[in-house]
Ligand binder design. Structure first.
Ligand code: KG4
Ligand code: ZN
Length: 336
């Protein structure tokens, strides 16, 4: 079964063709990041306009690259939630129009479930059940993935997402958006023990995260140094901050694996590209005899191939929408 998939939840206009949930026949991404860099973050109004300009050529290229036309496609999957509402609406309305004009079924797909599915592309043998740490620019969740479309949230952030914490700390040091990527690179040259950042625990919620205190702490540190006219030791700050965020993510995730007795752990979302997080989760899993899976770096951040993968399993589970489908800025990962 061939699925044409569409992703417009944030600042990437993406389309792909995926066969049977695992085989990527084409994947096209038009990134707007250079334009948003000028403003230090995503400007929703600009994102929507760029999606509207890019959606037709991006979808056409996905079909062309796969050497297919719409007659060869069996279903259309589209990210309908969560994300920037104006951005999501471009993809959802385009998919609805395409579904109406071609008669192909329309499959609404949750963005975070798609991030999890990026692992099905990278690891053909991976099947639920497993525990998954989903860490992106907008979300940080520990999820028990019982089946492809059945999941339970075990832990979540109480405030900022991990990616957001990276981006804001990086922005304070004048690093370009999205700062998480840059911070990860610079951290390699610094001392992770140079600064002691707080590692908050959420009382009575051992799997929940809180990153806002950590973020405020690094921002205050930088501002105080600037006021004293000191040079900012970027490498050491990046290394110490990265280490604090990663240790929080790793400790709660490993505790969840132990308490729930799972032997398979998966990481997903943009922050899963972080080199220290990948290394630390791999190492801790190995110590406990847990099989650890991480997506190829090429599918960690937003793309439509992962939507085509999750869309396949949504389709098989009967998640098919009619033309009343709407976009939603928020939607729990365990919504159905
Ligand atoms: O999943 P994603 O592409 O978009 C959302 O759904 O939010 O995630 C983007 C986030 C950004 O916050 C970005 O800074 C972060 O992922 N990110 C990283 C790395 N690569 C991307 N954070 C830390 N280290 C990285 N290597
Ligand atoms: Zn994402």
């Amino acid at each position: 079964m061939k699925i044409l998939s569409i992703e417009t939840s944030c600042d990437e206009t993406a389309a792909a063709v995926v066969e049977d949930g695992r085989e990527v026949l084409s994947s096209v991404i038009a990134s707007q990041v250079e334009e948003h860099k000028l403003y230090g973050g995503v400007v929703p109004e600009i994102a929507s306009r760029r999606h509207a300009e890019a959606i037709v050529p991006v979808v056409q290229k996905a079909l062309d690259d796969a050497k297919l036309n719409m007659d060869d496609i069996d279903a259309i999957a589209v990210t309908h939630a969560p994300g920037l509402i104006g951005a999501l609406l471009v993809g959802v309305n385009f998919a609805k129009g395409l579904s109406l004009s071609t008669g192909k079924p329309l499959v609404p797909t949750h963005h975070l479930r798609s991030h999890i599915a990026s692992n099905y592309i990278s690891h053909k043998e991976l099947k639920p059940p497993f525990m998954c740490l989903v860490v992106s620019g907008g979300h940080s969740h520990i999820v028990m993935v019982e089946d492809y479309t059945k999941m339970k949230v075990i832990g979540r952030t109480r405030d900022d997402a991990a990616g957001e914490a990276f981006d804001k700390a990086a922005r304070t040091m004048g690093m370009p958006y999205p700062g998480g990527i840059e911070m990860d690179k610079i951290a390699e040259f610094g001392n992770p023990d140079a600064f002691e950042f707080p590692r908050p625990v959420v009382r009575d919620a051992p799997y929940d995260f809180s990153f806002s205190g950590l973020k405020t702490c690094v921002i205050n540190l930088i501002h105080n140094m600037e006021q004293r006219g000191e040079e900012i030791p970027r490498e050491d700050i990046c290394a110490s901050f990265r280490s604090a965020v990663v240790e929080l993510l790793v400790s709660n995730t490993m505790k969840a694996c132990e308490d729930y007795g799972v032997n398979t752990l998966v990481v997903a979302g943009g922050v899963s590209a972080n080199s220290l997080l990948r290394k630390r989760l791999g190492g801790e899993s190995q110590k406990r005899g847990i099989n650890f899976f991480k997506p190829d770096k090429s599918v960690c951040t937003d793309n439509a191939a992962m939507v085509g993968s999750q869309g396949y399993y949504e389709y098989l589970s009967g998640n098919i929408a009619d033309l009343s489908l709407n976009a939603a800025a928020t939607l729990p990962i365990d919504y159905r």
